[in-house]
Write a protein that binds this ligand. Structure first.
Ligand SMILES: C[S@@+](CC[C@H](N)C(=O)[O-])C[C@H]1O[C@@H](n2cnc3c(N)ncnc32)[C@H](O)[C@@H]1O
Length: 294
């Protein structure tokens, strides 16, 4: 809410502090109000530079959590099965992976640094509506000469379209009609698969998230938003029904819900979708980690 871009023109929008304070006061969310009150303003509008500095700090902190949770390996495992299934089924064209809402691009930079995907002519891209975060992703990739690219834009626009869409911590931001609209945007001829990782909701998730955010995050915004995100995470049922209604040409389901063969839930699960001809291969390769696809 504190940083807003017009999804069509990509122009940065001015945001009134009073307006955002009113929203959180309406929820009686005192923690959020305290966080927002501290952000500097110019003529009642959030100071864009101060907001950008804060957002960068928060995303650097989020990158540390992703490193500690081995998020790169987690994404690679299912991506590997997806790419292999495409090749086995005779898909010989170029494959572009699009990380929707990539932030500072940790997942894509990890894939570029630690895997053979670029050598296999798999194009690794990240897209975000937030220009500051994308510029940081690009800066960090260039600092390490990584074979990946980042774009400021709408991840589903035709000029940035890919064959495989992935994301991390993005889908809980979309709710109701917006969630349905998010999935409808995958429904194009080129889309072969999607893999959207997000918090898995369960009774203890907000406490677990609180614990990790208190010990690892330093900004009040990250501490508050991280816990709220875990509390707002969609259930598997909400995700699959929204996806099944919106994406007609892919079979969808949940990946990685449980730890090994125990009933214990993982922190993150993923909503996944595959072209029907890929399903047999991905099922064989991912085994019990992959739930039922419909
Ligand atoms: C919570 S942040 C993502 C964090 C990031 N994935 C990470 O793991 O650090 C959500 C991001 O999604 C971006 N976003 C939402 N819809 C988008 C779209 N259609 N195209 C590109 N970016 C989008 C927002 O600009 C925001 O930066």
């Amino acid at each position: 809410m504190i940083v807003q871009y017009d999804a069509k023109s990509l122009a940065r929008l001015s945001v009134s502090k009073a307006e955002i304070l009113r929203v959180f006061e309406g929820f009686s969310n005192k923690k959020a109000v305290r966080v927002i009150e501290k952000i500097p303003t110019l003529d009642g509008l959030f100071d864009a530079n101060a907001v950008d500095r804060l957002m960068l700090t928060v995303h650097w902190e989020m990158q540390r959590l992703a490193e500690e949770f081995y998020h790169g390996n987690r994404v690679l495992r299912i991506l590997r099965a997806t790419i292999d299934s495409l090749r086995v089924k005779g898909f010989s064209g170029p494959i572009r992976i699009v990380d929707v809402g990539c932030g500072i691009g940790y997942t894509i930079r990890w894939l570029a640094a630690y895997t053979n995907l670029p050598a296999e002519k798999i194009e690794l891209t990240g897209v975000d509506l937030n220009a500051t975060l994308v510029n940081e992703a690009d800066r960090l990739a260039r600092a390490e000469s990584l074979p990946c690219s980042f774009f400021h834009g709408d991840a589903f626009s035709s000029d940035l379209a890919g064959q495989i869409y992935i994301s991390t911590g993005v889908i809980h931001h979309f709710r109701g009609d917006d969630l349905a609209a998010f999935f409808r945007r995958h429904d194009s001829e080129g889309t072969q698969a999607f893999i959207h990782f997000d918090f898995q909701p369960w009774a203890l998730a907000p406490f677990g998230s609180w614990f990790f955010h208190v010990i690892r995050m330093r900004t009040a915004l990250a501490r508050h938003d991280g816990v709220l995100s875990a509390a707002r995470a969609h259930t598997a049922q909400t995700l699959v029904s929204a996806a099944r209604a919106g994406v007609l040409n892919l079979l969808t389901g949940i990946y990685g819900a449980k730890i090994w063969n125990t009933p214990a839930p993982r922190v993150f699960h993923a909503l996944v979708g595959f072209r029907p001809n890929l399903v047999e291969y991905v099922k064989a390769s991912l085994g019990g980690l992959l739930g039922e696809l419909q």
